[in-house]
Write a protein that binds this ligand. Structure first.
Ligand SMILES: [Zn+2]
Length: 67
């Protein structure tokens, strides 16, 4: 896996990795900390969503290439 350049390439199944702490947001799992239900695409996260581990802003996340 390696990050891809264009953030516009993310789709409903794209996982994104935090540049600060390497937390990975997986749409299939959602985010229990922020009560994001499984199946929520990164693009559909609320604007206030931040990294549950280090509190980084959404802009700090980079998409991971598909396996
Ligand atoms: Zn983080």
């Amino acid at each position: 896996m390696k990050p891809v350049a264009a953030s516009s390439r993310i789709d409903a199944a794209t996982r994104l990795e935090c540049r600060i702490c390497w937390y990975v947001y997986d749409p299939a799992e959602g985010d229990a900390v922020e009560q994001i239900p499984p199946g929520t695409a990164f693009a559909d996260l609320p604007d206030h969503w931040r990294c549950p581990q280090c509190d980084a802003a959404r802009e700090m996340f980079l998409p991971l290439a598909k396996d």
